[in-house]
Design a protein around this ligand. Sequence first.
Ligand code: GDP
Ligand code: MG
Length: 298
Amino acid sequence: MKVGFISLIGKPNAGKSTLTNTLVGEKVSIVSWKPQTTRNKILGIANSPDYQMVIVDTPGIHKAKNALSKYMMKSVETGQEGVEVIVYVMAMDKKLDDTDFANIKKYSVGDTPFVIALNKCDEVDQSAIMERIASLKDVEGVDSIIPISALTGKNTDMLKDRLLQLLPDGERFFDEDIYTDKSMRFMAAEIIREKALRNLDEEIPYGIGVLINKFEYQNNGVVSIDADIVCEKQSHKAIVIGKGGAMIKKISTQSRQDIENMVDGKVFLNLYVRVKEDWRESDFLLNQLGYNLKDLKD
Ligand code: GDP
Ligand code: MG
């Protein structure tokens, strides 16, 4: 099957979120998540028996240094960008300007196929579309220019078909039912990691990992989460915990608030700090991918 990461870039209001909705379709839910950081921001996952398109809103996924993204990159043998296709979404009701050309130049230089989606074509007439295509067709490194309306769905199938042609064959990254907790677990881990890094600043030189050991929806609608913040050294553990537990408390409160936004409900979060020796690398990866290690070992 065709699998891979597709990044949608473009100016604000170009229609990226709307296009994500259209590409993902009704059958699959959107993982809409607004993190403080710009890394790994997954907008949606489009599933079918023949493909899995993971739509992200930044081409910077290759900069992520956590084990999962490295694993992903390795398993799909992607190019330098860490995504398989970059789509530049441009609104037709706005004039083509220098920023557009600068953006296109910046992101089309690599080996990653670069597609331009001319969005909001329902707002303009055919001649405007032809004119826009003419202005862009000689720009180097552009795979294709596809006029669409993300809102009405016009031509979005054509865009999807082209994207699928550009994706490699492989196995799906995420469960088909993304409301299983796997992607939520992954994002909860990312949120905790981001809060930890932000608060710890430069104090932890080798970084930390986050492992979700429990992610359960309780009957009362509360999500109960147990997670480990894993650091490299014993001395780092003390820093993560902080004086009288002040640091871990801060990380925990901030993480809980963001996770509550993500799951749209109440969250109980128990954070523990552990030193990495306790974990084998393979266990670490499996946990990050959302597998319950106890289940696997039984
Ligand atoms: P983003 O900031 O790039 O994510 O843009 P959004 O998807 O939030 O869209 C910004 C606005 O443009 C919203 O009001 C959308 O309803 C509207 N919009 C998006 N796509 C289209 C389209 O194809 N046609 C028209 N007419 N409006 C659109
Ligand atoms: Mg948006």
